[in-house]
Design a protein around this ligand. Structure first.
Ligand SMILES: NC(=O)c1ccc[n+]([C@@H]2O[C@H](COP(=O)([O-])OP(=O)(O)OC[C@H]3O[C@@H](n4cnc5c(N)ncnc54)[C@H](OP(=O)(O)O)[C@@H]3O)[C@@H](O)[C@H]2O)c1
Length: 429
């Protein structure tokens, strides 16, 4: 074993960074044995240097992250600051000054992954980011390496623990959205400002990263269709139950049937209770992958939290250090397929539509005609009437999102349709 240590610069020492530092220290001997050389924490960049940081020698702490990455003797920079800047400039500077990079930064990778990969390649360095997609759950490496000989057609995932906790609460207790969110906040599962989670921004960043790796193409954050879950109601859950379904916020990345394009989207959807993703409870994450040869695979585990996320960071650190000792780099960006990302209108799926209608003869026929005129075939219709008003629940066969949007616009114009109470996509069948 080499005795000269590999030097690691840690950028950020918060929820994730402090756990990375702890595991590096407590598992030092095992890490050295697995890598073939000891790893040494050479510096820790933070914003507030006076904060007490257990187990971190004070002399390693600095507020000058730029000077740390430019030192020239750093082998690996671990970026766990988050956000776009200064993380982007620091990673780029790290490559230029001889270091490889491990990051957990989904926002940055979803936005600028291509440029960062190019910078890594130009400088013959590694860029690893297993922790950016689903915390501890191995996904990037299985997609990049284990499934590199297969053809992935679909990735369907619960990639945000906060929203899964809220939806699971609504499902199991009959609570409304606000009540479930309040409980998630009180228990520390939701942040004071939950927008990034409940509006699907966090899941959309992860969908962009997953789609790019799964389909060997570039998918940017802007390419991902996004709908949050704040409009999901207790009534939606009751409807879902009647259909033998539950509701999850899903990230869905698909290759088109002809293989010529891909789509990536995040939105709440009904899935059958028999689907493996339906049993993912609480704040857990899971990703379901469908490929030509392997068939169906599911990856499950804690998608966030300091220690689970640090586990993924450490796995990357070991891989990058091994590459470094071998004078090699691991797999870089694979975007050779260069597939276009189709707009949401071209996505084909099933829909559950709940309408408030007048309870009089002929309404059902009128509604059915609108669906037929837009080429959307109806699978089932359920009607409940009371005091001259009725609700009509229509479940469709597979149709394009554009056809469904046209149908709903036309339905809203009917005098007998008082309102469209909810539209929910049905997935996983
Ligand atoms: N938390 C999770 O469960 C989780 C899961 C998966 C991925 N991630 C990703 O991991 C990354 C870190 O998340 P986190 O939860 O650990 O964040 P965090 O607790 O807010 O920690 C951020 C750290 O970065 C430091 N920092 C902020 N601005 C800095 C600057 N300009 N220069 C140097 N240091 C700076 C902070 O310093 P101070 O300590 O002085 O404030 C803090 O130590 C993010 O990209 C996040 O998306 C997190």
């Amino acid at each position: 074993m080499r005795t000269r240590p590999l030097k690691v610069a840690l950028l950020g020492c918060g929820v994730v960074g402090s756990e990375v530092a702890r595991i590096m220290t407590t598992h030092a001997d095992d890490l050295a044995a697995r890598i073939g050389a000891p790893v040494e924490l050479a510096g820790v960049a933070v914003r507030r240097p006076s904060r007490v940081r257990e187990g971190i020698p004070a002399e390693l702490v600095t507020t000058d992250a730029t000077a740390l990455v430019k030192r020239g003797d750093i082998d690996v920079v671990v970026e766990v600051i988050g956000g776009i800047e200064p993380a982007r400039s620091l990673i780029t500077a790290a490559f230029e000054h001889g270091a490889s990079v491990v990051s957990a930064n989904k926002a940055l990778l979803a936005q600028d992954g291509a440029a960062l990969h190019a910078a890594a390649e130009e400088n013959n360095k590694d860029l690893y980011y297993e922790a950016a997609v689903a915390g501890a759950i191995p996904l990037i490496r299985p997609l990049r390496e284990s499934l590199a000989g297969d053809k992935v057609n679909r990735v369907l995932g619960i990639v945000n623990g906060t929203t899964n906790f809220i939806l699971d609460k609504m499902d199991s207790t009959g609570a409304g959205y606000q009540e479930a969110l309040d409980e998630a906040t009180a228990l520390g599962y939701a942040e004071a400002d939950p927008t990034a989670d409940v509006e699907g921004f966090d899941a959309a960043a992860k969908a962009a990263i997953l789609a790019g790796i799964a389909f060997h193409t570039r998918v940017r954050l802007d390419d991902v269709y996004r709908e949050g879950m704040t409009e999901v109601t207790a009534a939606d859950f009751r409807s879902a139950k009647e259909m033998g379904c539950t509701i999850k916020l899903l990230a869905i990345c698909e290759r088109s049937k002809d293989g010529a394009s891909v789509t990536a989207r995040v939105h709440p959807a009904m899935i059958p209770l028999t689907h493996p993703l339906a049993s993912v409870r609480g704040a857990y994450n899971a990703v379901f992958v469908e490929s030509d040869a392997a068939g169906q695979l599911m990856f499950y585990g804690p998608g966030a939290g300091g220690s689970p996320t640090a586990s993924a960071v450490l796995g990357d650190l070991v891989a990058v250090c091994r590459n470094r000792l071998n004078g090699a780099t691991g797999p870089g960006e694979s975007a050779y397929a260069a597939l276009p990302v189709s707009p949401m209108g071209e996505v084909v799926t099933r829909y559950h539509i709940s309408l408030d209608v007048a309870d009089k003869p002929g309404v059902l026929a009128q509604v059915a005609t609108v669906f037929a005129e837009h080429g959307v075939s109806i699978d089932t219709v359920r009607q409940q009437g009371k005091d001259g008003e009725a609700s009509l629940v229509v479940v469709t066969h597979r149709a394009s999102d554009a056809s469904l949007t046209g149908t709903v616009e036309a339905l809203r114009k009917l005098d007998t349709v008082r309102g469209v109470a909810s539209i929910m996509r049905v997935e996983g069948e």
